[in-house]
Design a protein around this ligand. Structure first.
Ligand code: ZN
Length: 296
């Protein structure tokens, strides 16, 4: 039995997960004022409740936490959305709970879950992309998650796809993430067409109802073009058997899937030409972080 924790921008999801990746108990909490002490308090409360409920019948092997940011040697180096830098969350929690705590980047956790129980379980060589506000990524080769020894690496989202392009949160210009961010894409559509929301459902409805609008077509094509450049770079380096996309991007599967596939296959982007590309959409959705955190 393990505890998996997914830390989001303003939300924390905690689950008691069994050996087969099933979530037996789950607690979710949303915060207005999100800070590290609130996070620690919520985790401590959940663990105490579980330990009492289970009457210590199960031994909790460890607590795994999916962190939206950079993790190195089990410490948080930087998590902008949590307002944390150089913080040893694992040691802090272990001192209170007396259970081992392991941390890993959230996209890598979601990728591990998808590879073990989801859409990537059939493939040894694959790439996982989490496209939401930012872009997270993970690469599997021979069934193993690739990880450098020191810093986590695989910052595919911060590879530059446009010289002197848009300023990225990381301080560089022209990063893949600034062009692939689904949040940014929605904001652009909302501003351009005076839609008073960037809610996924509202934007999706608008796209469906206005598919022949030339300006909308242009913006969609533009987005797909940027996205396909970034993804083709990944394909050219790793030649994965399949790519799995998670995050809020996956909600637009019916709108973006085919154009993305066609842009990759028909454009002059791939070094090794292919007749087909397997693009999957994440199956485990919001539970991927919790389940993946127990696979660290
Ligand atoms: Zn960047």
């Amino acid at each position: 039995m393990k505890i998996g924790i997914d830390l989001g921008g303003s939300h924390i999801g905690i689950g008691l997960v069994d050996e087969n990746g099933n979530i037996l108990e789950k607690k979710e909490k949303y915060f207005d004022n999100y800070n590290i002490s609130e996070i620690e308090k919520t985790i401590e409360e959940f663990i105490s409740e579980q330990v009492i409920q289970m009457s210590l019948a199960y031994r909790i092997e460890f607590i795994g936490i999916a962190i939206p940011g950079t993790v190195s040697e089990n410490k948080i180096i930087k998590a902008v959305n949590l307002g944390i830098e150089n913080y040893d969350l694992a040691t802090q929690l272990k001192e209170v709970l007396h259970i081992d705590v392991k941390l890993k980047n959230d996209a890598k956790c979601a990728a591990l879950a998808e590879q073990k129980y989801g859409e990537l379980s059939q493939y040894d060589n694959s790439v996982f992309l989490c496209i939401g506000t930012g872009v997270g990524s993970a690469v599997f080769m021979d069934g193993k998650l690739l990880e450098p020894k020191g810093l986590p690496g695989f910052e595919i989202s911060h590879t530059i796809i446009q010289k002197n392009g848009l300023l990225c949160n990381c301080g560089k210009r022209g990063c893949f993430e600034t062009y692939a961010s689904i949040k940014r894409f929605k904001e652009k559509l909302s501003k351009e067409f005076n839609i008073h929301s960037i809610d996924g459902e509202v934007i999706r409805d608008f796209i469906r109802k206005n598919e022949n609008n030339p300006r909308l077509k242009y913006l969609l094509n533009n987005y797909i073009e940027d996205l396909s450049i970034g993804i083709s770079n990944i394909i050219n380096i790793f030649e994965p058997e399949a790519i799995c996309i998670g995050g809020s991007f996956a909600e637009y599967e019916d709108i973006l899937y085919e154009p993305l596939k066609q842009a990759l296959l028909k454009g002059n982007l791939l070094f090794n030409k292919r007749n087909d590309i397997i693009i999957k959409y994440a199956k485990l959705k919001n539970d991927a972080g919790i389940i993946g955190a127990t696979l660290i």
